[in-house]
Design a protein around this ligand. Sequence first.
Ligand code: 3PG
Length: 400
Amino acid sequence: IDELVGEGVSGKRVFVRADLNVPLDGDTITDDGRIRAAVPTIKKLAESGARVVVASHLGRPKGAPDPQFSLAPVARRLGELLGTQVAFATDTVGAGAKATVGETADGGVTLLENLRFNAGETSKDDAERGAFADELAALADAYVSDGFGAVHRKHASVYDLPARLPHAAGYLIATEVGVLKKLTEDVKRPYAVVLGGAKVSDKLGVIDHLLGKADRLLIGGGMAYTFLKAKGYEVGKSLLQEDQLPAVKGYLERAEELGVEFVLPVDVLAAPEFPDLKTKAPANPTAVAADAIPAELEGLDIGPESRKLYAAKLADAATVFWNGPMGVFEHPDFAEGTKAVAQGLLDSPAFTVVGGGDSAAAVRQLGFDENTFGHISTGGGASLEYLEGKTLPGLAALED
Ligand code: 3PG
């Protein structure tokens, strides 16, 4: 981006593809981390006199306008953070967008409506995506890619648009890629990876790849129960992906051959029912041994002994990557495991990276100061796919 700015952007329309996909409760933004992360690039361009055209997706609308996924609340918050008025276009490439972009003054900022209100954005058909990218390209003179959280998507605004305009990477992309490189090249050991979240199937690629790279893999969250079952333990009513059992068994065997340590919960907090996340009514959890969860109970967090174990495994690590909560942290009865891992990262002298919207939101919601963590990535799927060694379409498109 510095090169692009150096060449002069004053009076030019610069399209910034950001990832402003933030969690909303109605039209209240519950975590604005991604909007704050987009500010430095937008600010730099605006201060350099560009007419900044910001675009993003929000949620997964079905290729047509859907008010619950409008970026209007994001435009307001972005304006507050920038300390300036952000004009909001009520469509993405239609008459509204054309008019609003046309009225954007030098140094002004416009946010387009959700890219995914257009079927061409996510289409698998190259021609359909290309046609939408042509319409986006008509709104700008240059393109800056800064939506790190979406670079793993082969979408029109991420993959096809840069080929149509002079392009550059923004500050967020540069920072994120710089940090993730430290986890793939010359990594300082011991390298511990903490993986949580509901489904093991979302993490198979990264586990497969990291088995040859990490020294320890600490497993928590809903996915831990498929590991416990694969070891032959009873998991009661806990979340279980039966179809993943062969893959997980294979990983456990490979880890043993490679001398990689799999750290699994030794105890879990369990309750008869999944807790009510709206009322947050007490769920009366019991701590039970992880190798014999009673048939009538569901494991919903790692237990007190596991918390100590996981903290100890992080204490002497030199590098830590963490993706995914250890339990149903949205309910206070099941937040302690995730808190313990967050605290373990803070107490460890290791270089730490927290990857993923959920884990980053968990860190903030649980009251931790995000500035004290090594790096909190704005990309969940994107950071995992980067660590898997996959080619990310949005980064490949910038590399020519
Ligand atoms: C994310 O939340 O990980 C990114 O914004 C990408 O969103 P998507 O998974 O809906 O493509």
